[in-house]
Ligand binder design. Structure first.
Ligand code: 5GP
Length: 114
């Protein structure tokens, strides 16, 4: 058995985090190092390493993550706009090898991203 990922440990309560929403297929926590006034991580319970490894069978999980992100944005007053980002692989800046979506909002954002 491989070592549980950081986000599995958080889901199990082994590592503390501020949990914002919890559903069967996914959950959301506050990012420990926020890059915007609102910065949450939407995480599937299943430890898919990244979007590059997700399969067609993971479709319901991905749909649940997108739905949870929308609910979080609505519940936290992000009606002016929000961004959902999945850093995928080293060049994109992914540091935790368990799929997660950054939900960012509360400020105007630039494009293209760095
Ligand atoms: P990545 O760099 O893989 O796209 O995103 C990983 C994110 O996880 C980073 O934004 C980082 O701040 C966040 N993070 C890393 N360790 C912890 C932790 O222990 N608790 C929480 N809540 N977030 C973390």
């Amino acid at each position: 058995m491989s070592e549980p990922t950081l986000f599995e440990k958080i889901h199990q309560g082994v590592i503390p985090a501020r949990v914002l929403l919890r559903e069967d297929l996914c959950f959301a926590i506050e990012d420990i190092d926020p890059k915007a006034p609102f910065h949450a991580l939407v995480i599937p319970v299943k430890p898919i390493p990244s979007l590059a490894e997700a399969t067609d069978d993971d479709g319901p999980i991905l749909a649940a993550c997108l739905g949870l992100a929308r609910k979080l944005a609505q519940a936290n007053g992000l009606e002016n706009g929000w961004r959902l980002v999945a850093n995928t692989g080293g060049f994109a800046g992914q540091t935790v090898p368990h799929l997660h979506f950054h939900l960012l909002g509360g400020r105007r954002m630039g494009w293209p991203p760095g």
